[in-house]
Design a protein around this ligand. Structure first.
Ligand code: HEC
Ligand code: HEC
Length: 634
């Protein structure tokens, strides 16, 4: 055994290396307060290891990044843990680095002869923040996409070289795919390399000067790094890792947090962009510096000034007597930390959901034309932020559900969302249809449009419930009651007149009952046309067969069925009535001869959307209107 060891030492010199690393003298002995530097190195190793694991799957391109992260998070064995640890270690990095800085300042370790180490530390902090910033973009989700867009726009404010700098970072004029590949290169290669070099220099200089101790402690004599300090450091690293792993597990298992937002959508410009929490203070500060010139002050001048102030800490005692100098430095540091704290808290407070009653009161005042105070405006902004965030959460949830059930198409996850009626239907309905129609009283997305409704409420359109309700009272507001002709008279009253006549003719109790039964049956039959167009076969439900025969004897006089009718009055085609295809035909051209026609006594009022919406959009609205929903058919 001994010979083996001797052989190894002889050939490699690892014994000397181990001695050089572990036999470090520590003036005043091992102490817990020295663990933070080691914890940071440890966190870097954790980031490097988890980062390389992530890189084995992550695929940096605008079409694949989100999918690969989604895959890591949901499909890969323990992928969520690797990614969760990477995610929370990044946050832990910032926290531990802050504690490390405080400890260094309190220990007066920023003073000569350690100037260079202080500056190296500052540079390292910059690299860490840079890694956080670049990493935020890599999942190519909404959160990272919009926050980074804000960040790179700020970069563009840099005096003189701003525009050039922005172009270099985002990879051209357009923020997009090349921005992602550049950030990826920075994140996985450039910044880690700089981090390693700076850390090597940082540690070497630290070794050169040793720990900074009070003379009182130094008098206790020297200790060694091995084993006591190594034990302390190891324990600290274990605690940090345990916390990070616990956070990752908690967010995954308990909160079900995907640590991922919906795929980046460059068209979704109303996304409420917010940076990572450790950049919130900068974000908040910029709110106080609006306008092109002031913005430069907030985004560049102040951060630069703070950096210069921190960099000059080692020189303060040249101007002031020792104690006063240290007090000034420590006070300045705590003031800066306090400022960051205050701004961060302010950013979070500004976004908190405001009281609903308060918002209602403000809106009432706004409606009366009264001017709003800045607090009122802030409450409205917070409400808007909360709404936008809730809407974004819906999209994210939907994206995860679609990815899980349908898989992600080769053109990327955005195609999944763009082709999804659940997401696009309400949006398109609100934009194009809600000026006249309603959906269950709202505009499809849940809001009430400003204009009063002038056509039917289309929630449940084509279901037996909707049709039966229509046949009971076509002039109800939910159906045709709100439609008026251009000259102001009520529009589309033919069905209402027909039904009045039928009810008059069947006034006797037994006849009335049969008539209502016929209407029930024809509604059931027409609902079947919507679900699966075509005449019912002989084996169909008795109710449906009765409905079809009512249709043939009564309705078919005016309503064509595959172009055939028995009478002369023109009414909309009923083959496949209420189906997605029928609705799509209606949206495309309500004035088509088989529908409401362009001429005659009551031509179509609804405009044709064939030229305004493309086929996909029309089909998305139609599919969404036809989607089965709870409470459609009671
Ligand atoms: C300018 C008002 C207006 C707009 C905008 C409008 N419609 Fe209509 N819509 C009507 C009117 C009025 C009718 C009744 C037939 C007619 O006169 O054209 C109707 C009928 C319909 C019908 C047949 C059911 C019924 O109530 O008669 C469907 C389905 C429909 N619209 C869907 C849509 C969709 C989807 C959009 C949006 C792409 C839309 N409409 C936009 C006014 C409008
Ligand atoms: C006298 C001709 C006539 C007869 C008979 C008739 N309808 Fe209609 N129907 C119309 C006309 C015209 C419209 C267009 C709206 C209007 O002017 O009332 C219409 C509209 C409708 C609509 C709404 C179409 C839309 O835009 O969504 C339904 C549903 C309907 N009829 C069902 C029936 C049923 C069921 C019967 C048989 C019980 C029937 N109709 C009999 C003329 C008729």
């Amino acid at each position: 055994m001994n010979r083996m060891r001797q052989w190894l030492y002889d050939r490699t010199g690892v014994d000397r290396l181990a001695r050089a690393m572990l036999h470090e003298r520590i003036a005043g002995g091992a102490r817990w307060r020295y663990v933070f530097g080691s914890a940071l190195v440890f966190l870097f190793v954790v980031q490097a290891l988890t980062g390389v694991l992530l890189m084995t799957v992550y695929s940096p391109s605008a079409t694949t990044a989100w999918s690969s992260v989604w895959y890591i998070q949901t499909q890969m064995t323990l992928g969520w843990l690797v990614r969760g640890v990477h995610h929370y270690s990044a946050q832990a990095f910032v926290v531990v680095a802050a504690v490390h800085v405080v400890q260094v300042v309190l220990a007066k370790a920023y003073r000569p002869p350690r100037e260079f180490n202080w500056w190296l530390g500052m540079a390292l902090l910059g690299v860490v923040l840079g890694a956080g910033l670049t990493g935020y973009l890599l999942p190519w989700d909404q959160r990272g996409y919009w926050a980074t867009k804000v960040a790179t726009n700020i970069l563009g404010l840099t005096p003189v070289i701003g525009e050039w700098l922005q172009r270099v970072v985002i990879g051209g004029d357009e923020y997009g795919h090349l921005t992602l590949t550049r950030f990826h290169a920075l994140h996985v290669a450039v910044l880690p390399m700089i981090f390693v070099l700076l850390t090597a220099a940082h540690v070497a200089l630290f070794r050169r000067h040793g720990v900074t101790v009070e003379p009182r402690l130094a008098a206790r004599g020297e200790g060694w790094f091995w084993p006591k300090q190594a034990l302390y450091d190891g324990a600290a690293c274990a605690v940090v890792l345990a916390i990070v792993a616990a956070l990752a597990s908690y967010s995954h298992a308990v909160r079900g947090d995907m640590l991922l937002d919906a795929p980046a959508d460059p068209a979704a410009s109303d996304y409420p962009a917010r940076p990572e929490w450790y950049f919130l203070f900068l974000f908040q500060m910029l709110k106080y510096f609006e306008g092109p010139t002031l913005e430069v002050v907030g985004a560049m001048v102040i951060p630069a000034a703070v950096t210069l102030i921190a960099a000059s800490f080692p020189f303060v005692h040249r101007l002031l007597p020792g104690r006063a100098a240290h007090r000034l430095v420590a006070t300045t540091m705590f003031a800066l930390i306090g400022g960051v704290w205050w701004l961060t808290w302010g950013a979070l407070r500004d976004d908190r959901a405001p009281d609903a009653a308060l918002v209602a009161a403000i809106e009432a005042r706004q409606a009366r034309g009264e001017s709003l105070t800045s607090a009122d405006a802030a409450a409205l902004r917070a409400r808007r932020f909360q709404e936008q965030r809730a809407a974004a959460a819906v999209i994210a949830e939907r994206a995860f559900a679609l990815a899980a059930t349908q898989g992600i198409p080769p053109e990327g996850p955005l195609g999944l969302l763009r082709g999804d009626p659940v997401l696009q239907g309400p949006r398109l309905f609100a934009a194009h249809c809600a000026a006249c129609h309603r959906f269950d009283g709202h505009d499809g997305t849940g809001r009430t449009p400003p204009e009063p409704a002038t056509a039917a409420d289309l929630a449940g359109f084509g279901t037996a419930g909707w049709i039966r309700g229509f046949l009971a009272e076509p002039q109800a507001n939910r159906y045709f009651g709100l439609i008026t002709r251009p000259d102001g008279r009520p529009g589309h009253t033919r069905m209402s007149r027909l039904l009045e006549r039928l009810r008059e003719e069947n006034a006797a109790e037994a006849d009335a009952e049969r008539l209502e039964g016929d209407l029930d049956a024809v509604a059931a039959y027409l609902a079947g046309e919507a679900a699966a167009p075509g005449k019912p076969g002989a084996t169909a439900d008795a109710q449906v067969l009765r409905g079809r025969s009512v249709f043939e004897t009564v309705c078919n006089e005016c309503h064509a069925y595959q172009g055939e009718r028995t009478g002369t009055t023109l009414a909309p085609e009923m083959y496949g009535y209420g189906s997605a295809a029928w609705i799509a035909a209606m949206i495309r051209d309500p004035a088509h001869d088989t529908l409401y026609r362009s001429a005659g006594r009551e031509p179509a009022i609804m405009p044709s959307f064939g030229g305004r919406l493309n086929d996909q959009e029309i089909e998305l609205i139609a599919a969404w209107l036809r989607m089965p929903r709870e409470a459609d058919d009671p």
